[in-house]
Design a protein around this ligand. Structure first.
Ligand code: SER
Length: 313
């Protein structure tokens, strides 16, 4: 990337976006990373623009204004929210992606990162050690939009040579930002509740095992696939990536090692059915072989680090 070229993060106020902007700025310098979200926050950070990814004119104007060459397109409605806003979820998740892909076809940008999710899998997918290529029958609006998005990324790469790169995020856990509207959000909420109340009521049942990842690993994977030589990114739909899988009971027990007397209860709600349609564990050998993916955190290491940092806040 040329010195004058810049990076745009769309959805920069979200759970991943906040941390990604911070990391990209440390790496490339503040002035080279532009944050954007659908609206300006109360105290907008430096170099931040309000951009609705569905507004193609505004999107192009921002790309031109800052000489944007790379886009990390993170704006989406997550699984639980999209079930409440079916058409809105589909529109944002699909049309938003098309708008960014088309910027590349028209030559305005060089490289795109777009996240997919474990939600692309469904009830007929093998749930344990889910392979890269397998049955995919998602039954949520979010999962359907992510699977369709994967197919379009692959198509745009094959047909128009668009350099789009993607990974299937598992549930993401971090202390710097909060998730919104996801089925895996309990695994973040539980830490805050443990420190504030000493107890938590999980909206997923005790034995609901899901693939998860600590945010520093997710950011490492995101930047890692963008840094890779184009020829090493052989899968242009989206890569499985994994680091850990656990159940609410298991993470509760781990937190209990640090927070004496931590009390965990369960009140499964509508999100249980979504979780039950997703894999329990993921095989990610392609990401490891093709562009060197390697995690740094397991459940024990993440739990200790989360609690340490939340206590500091
Ligand atoms: N964490 C997301 C969700 O729960 C899955 O990609 O919706």
């Amino acid at each position: 990337m040329d010195q004058k070229d810049r990076i745009l993060v769309i959805g920069a106020l979200g759970q991943v976006g906040q941390e990604l902007v911070e990391t990209l700025r440390l790496r490339y310098g503040t002035e080279r990373v532009i944050g954007s979200d659908i609206r300006l926050p109360e105290n907008p950070p430096e170099l931040f623009e309000a951009v609705d990814v569905l507004d193609t004119e505004r999107l192009l104007a921002i790309v031109r204004k800052y000489n944007i060459r790379y886009i990390y397109h993170l704006a989406a409605l997550l699984s639980a929210t999209a079930e409440q806003k079916i058409k809105g979820g589909w529109r944002l998740n699909m049309q938003g992606l098309f708008n960014v892909l088309d910027l590349a076809v028209e030559g305005h940008i060089d490289k795109i990162f777009w996240p997919s999710s474990i939600a692309v899998f469904g009830p007929s997918t093998p749930r344990v050690d889910t392979p890269q290529t397998t049955v995919m029958d998602p039954n949520t609006v979010y999962g359907i939009s992510k699977l369709a998005g994967e197919r379009w990324c692959d198509y745009y790469h094959a047909r128009f040579g668009v350099d789009v790169r993607s990974i299937r995020y598992p549930g993401l856990i971090g202390y710097k930002s909060l998730p919104g509207g996801g089925t895996t959000d309990y695994a973040v909420d539980i830490f805050h509740a443990a420190l504030q109340q000493g107890s938590y009521t999980s909206f997923l049942g005790p034995d609901t095992r899901l693939p998860m990842m600590y945010m520093p690993d997710a950011i490492k994977a995101t930047i890692g696939i963008m840094d890779a030589e184009a020829a090493s990114v052989k899968i242009r739909s989206s890569y499985n990536i994994a680091s850990m899988s656990f159940t609410p009971a298991e993470i509760g027990a781990e937190i209990g090692q640090h927070v004496p007397g931590f009390q965990l209860d369960y009140a499964p709600d509508h999100r249980q059915a979504i979780a039950d349609s997703w894999p329990q564990s993921i095989v990610d050998q392609d990401a490891r072989a093709d562009w060197g993916w390697q995690e740094s955190y397991d459940l024990a290491k993440m739990t200790a680090d989360m609690l340490l940092n939340l206590k500091k806040q």
